[in-house]
Write a new protein. Structure first.
Length: 262
């Protein structure tokens, strides 16, 4: 009888441990960003935000404005056969793209070809402004990159392709675009894939640590792919249905043993 009770206890403890292991989620500590950064701490030696230089094939939004409404219609880049895109994340107006040609120029109404390849967005604005001064007075110019896209995959709540219209974007911005991480994300080893002239390059960032702020991949480049890998616990969670069957079987065995030794 005592042997039966011991056996029943062992089976029960085994079942309890099995369920506990399979149902446990990633600890809160492992899901905490920059957990080694103290409040109010200044992290020194961080890289500066990159300054993007325009390349052939880029799609640029160019806005040229003056105080003359009739003249604005003549230089409005929305005319012609240019590509129309839309801002995501709140802006409703459509934008008209200007593709940078292989000769490094964009074609603008009335202004003709304007060389922009190799220039920053600010320098491209100056170049367009200089070209417009021959025809217009008090010109305001805005140039934005429409092909600054980031792909976020893996253990995030909303994976997909996201467009950035600011001067730079960080890896935390990208995760924010994707609505944050799931409970299975492995923050200690977040991968960033980047195309370079030498080929594809991969970076690994530990987002639990403030050391990630110093990574060359902290500021993302157009075309980067961010992949949040799953931790070991995701495989365990996927085996929960099997755990239910095992626990149910063990319970049946316990009931049978108790019945036979009454």
């Amino acid at each position: 009888m005592k042997r039966c009770n011991r056996l029943s206890l062992l089976v029960f403890l085994y079942a309890l441990c099995l369920v506990s292991a399979l149902t446990s989620c990633t600890s809160a500590k492992k899901l905490t960003f920059l957990q080694d950064a103290d409040p109010g701490q200044t992290v020194k030696g961080l890289p500066k935000p990159p300054v993007y230089k325009i390349k052939a094939g880029d799609n640029l939004f160019v806005s040229i404005g003056t105080q003359d409404a009739d003249m604005n219609k003549l230089v409005d880049p929305s005319g012609g056969s240019q590509t129309t895109l839309s801002f995501e994340g709140g802006a409703s107006k459509s934008l008209n793209g200007n593709i940078v040609q292989v000769d490094g120029t964009i074609q603008l109404p009335m202004l003709g070809k304007v060389a922009v390849e190799g220039k920053t967005l600010s320098e491209a604005e100056d170049q367009v402004r200089q070209s417009a001064k021959d025809y217009l007075k008090e010109v305001s110019v805005k140039v934005r990159l429409l092909t600054y896209k980031i792909t976020v995959m893996g253990e995030v709540k909303s994976p997909g392709i996201y467009y950035n219209y600011n001067s730079y974007v960080t890896i935390f911005d990208a995760i924010g675009y994707a609505q944050g991480t799931t409970d299975f994300a492995k923050l200690q080893d977040v991968l960033v894939l980047r195309n370079t002239p030498e080929g594809s390059k991969t970076y690994s960032l530990n987002l639990n640590s403030k050391s990630s702020l110093k990574s060359d991949a902290y500021y993302l480049q157009p075309g980067d792919v961010v992949f949040l890998q799953p931790g070991r616990n995701k495989g365990l969670q996927q085996r929960l249905p099997l755990a239910g069957v095992i626990v149910g079987s063990l319970s049946a065995i316990l009931l049978l043993l108790n019945y036979l030794h009454k």
